[in-house]
Write a protein of this length. Structure first.
Length: 145
């Protein structure tokens, strides 16, 4: 399993907005420059995040984007689901017989379900504020080398 570019870039964009919004709304152009991602692609991601209520736009000469709620209230699992859909390692976890006729009597499906739940739980314990703080620590370690 591999997390999509959409998820990875969307998380980076949210982290950037969270980190830089203390001085006011953050422009998409600045996020794109700092993250090394196309402004057009980020625009598509931010629209999804805005639709999910994670960010809001501020109009005007000094407009841009801000978080709609505190970074400590935004869980990584929520962001992943907004940008990538329901977290599921294999299709048979939720679709049962429609995907696999063996779903009800499959021992490995139970392992996939446990692994999926563990993955989801890890993502649910990490907030956007946690990620911003981790990033700050990483940068400090990098610059002290």
């Amino acid at each position: 399993m591999k997390l999509s570019t959409r998820i990875r870039y969307g998380v980076r964009a949210l982290m950037d907005i969270a980190e830089h919004s203390a001085a006011g709304p953050v422009s998409l152009k600045d996020v794109a420059r700092r993250q090394g991602v196309s402004e057009q692609y980020l625009g598509q991601l931010v629209l999804l995040l805005k639709g999910a209520g994670l960010v809001r736009s501020v109009r005007g000469a000094h407009g841009g984007f801000v978080l709609s709620k505190q970074a400590s209230e935004v869980r990584l699992s929520e962001v992943v689901e907004v940008l990538g859909g329901t977290i599921k390692l294999v299709d048979c976890l939720y679709d049962d017989q429609e995907v696999c006729v063996r779903a009800d009597c499959c021992a490995v499906r139970d392992v996939w379900r446990d692994a999926n739940e563990a993955f989801r739980n890890v993502l649910a314990t990490v907030t956007l504020a946690d990620l911003v703080e981790r990033q700050r620590r990483k940068q400090q370690e990098y610059y002290s080398c």
